[in-house]
Structure formats: C-alpha cells, structure tokens
Design a protein around this ligand. Structure first.
Ligand SMILES: [Fe+2]
Length: 266
C-alpha cells in the first residue's frame, strides 16, 4: 500500500478491532504502522467493573501492543463487562472511596501486566449516581495520584457533561493535574433538544473549540490531539481540515495568544 499524501502525523486505532485477529485488519494496521506512530485506544477494558479485569482481554491486548508498539495505550473511566457479559456502551461509575479503591487496583493490575503506564479517558454520561461523594475530575485526579496513570482528556465529553449536568467545564479541566494530560480528544456531539448526545457524528462544535482555546493554560504544550468521528464520516480532507484547526488553536499557546478563562461564556 502506498503512503498517502497527508498532513496527519499519527493515528489512533480501536484496540479491540485488532486483538485476536489476523487477515485484512492486521495487514492494514501493519502497513499504517510502517509509516506512522499509533495509539491503541480501547473500549473494552472495563476498569470500572467490580469484578476482575478479564485476563484473556489483557493477554490479547498485550500481544497487540508487543506487535505494533503504540506510543500510548488508553481506555475509559467506565465499565461494560460483568460476569462474562459485555455491553456495547461505556457505563459511568459512581465516584466514591470504595470505587476509587477498586479502580485504582484495576489500573495497577493493568499497568503491571502491560509493563507501561496507561491513559484513562473521561467519558460522556447521561445519568449520575446518588452515591457519588466527589465529581469525575476529582476522581480522575485521585486516580493519577494513586496509580501514576495518565489522562486522555476528551474536551467534547467535558462539554457534553457540563451542559447535561450543569457545571463549569473550565473547573473540570483545572482540577486535572496538567502534567498527567497526555492526549486530547475532540469530537462532535448531537443536540437532542433537552440534552447533548456524544455521537461523534458531526463536526466539532464551536463551543467545544472555544473550550479548547480557553483551556490552553491548563493543558501541556505539544500534547497530541485528535478528532474522533465514527458516524457520517466525511471525506478524509475534511478530517485533516478539522485537525489543522485544532493545531492552529494549540499553536496559539506557543505564541501566547490564549483567551482568558473569563472570556469563556458558558
Ligand atoms: Fe474520546
């Protein structure tokens, strides 16, 4: 396969699409990997399950990592696996001391098995648990302290939750230790009228671009950034245009042209 002429300098792949498989998926992945760095982004680790992390899942993930040598391995602060049953959605966890202990132990186990730090991503959610005693950003921050894990900060997910649950998204970003932020996601939500739905089916909304720009002070310079787009996927050049827009915003930080947080109207 010939290397395409593109501005994109790395790719993120969904780990589960390439675990325990051969044939065309692996040949495509290996041909991309020949020319580009990649990250392995998972949706099935289920760090938030109360039962143990599936040992077969971890073994298959380790085999993939050994084969393609990603510069980052990530998954979500969520659960979707319990007693051998898997759901296709990422379900939120309650944020309290007991769940913190369980999830920190799971992250320790995964990092030991994989012999590397992993990044944990904040998710979009449509309900909250009444048993929570802290919010998601405080919980993530404590997880980084307890386990040394990294954070994949999804700016769109923060905006969606901020609108759905009425909090200030800047306060969320400020709470995450800057040094732990290792990657950024952007994506497009769908406005359902009475709530925002994280569909990854639209361009990044202006409010999310605005939030990124307003947050630059709290995000490390040169942090890898990517656009997630899973439905109604546009032509490749449109994805490149969106990525270049993100790069332009990130470069404002280097040139000291960032917005003051007070300029962010929520
Ligand atoms: Fe994401």
């Amino acid at each position: 396969m010939e290397k395409p002429n593109t501005d994109i300098d790395w790719f993120e792949v969904i780990s589960e699409n390439y675990m325990n498989t051969e044939g065309r998926p692996m040949s495509v992945l290996e041909s991309i990997r020949k020319d580009y760095p990649i990250t392995c982004h998972g949706v099935g680790m289920s760090l938030g399950s109360s039962n143990e992390i599936d040992p077969k899942y971890l073994k298959d993930l380790k085999l993939l990592i050994d084969r393609v040598d990603p510069f980052l391995v990530s998954d979500h602060l969520a659960w979707n696996h319990f007693n051998g049953n898997r759901l296709h959605e990422l379900i939120p966890v309650p944020y309290h001391e007991e769940s913190l202990e369980v999830i920190a132990n799971h992250i320790d186990q995964v990092q030991n098995e994989l012999q590397r730090q992993i990044a944990v991503e904040n998710i979009s959610a449509y309900f909250q648990y009444t048993s929570s005693t802290m919010n998601e950003c405080e919980f993530l921050s404590l997880l980084t302290q307890k386990t040394g894990c990294l954070i994949l900060l999804d700016i769109n997910n923060i905006y969606v939750n901020a609108k759905n649950f009425q909090f200030n998204p800047i306060d969320f970003i400020k709470t995450i230790p800057k040094k732990s932020i290792t990657q950024i996601h952007l994506a497009g939500f769908t406005d359902m009228g009475n709530f925002l739905f994280d569909t990854h089916a639209e361009p990044v909304h202006s409010e999310v671009w605005n939030l990124l720009e307003t947050s630059l002070e709290y995000i490390p310079e040169n942090v890898p950034i990517m656009i997630e787009w899973d439905e109604n996927v546009p032509e490749f050049h449109k994805l490149e245009t969106e990525l270049n827009k993100a790069r332009k915003i990130m470069n404002k930080k280097a040139k000291n042209e960032t917005k003051e947080p007070s300029e962010f109207i929520f």
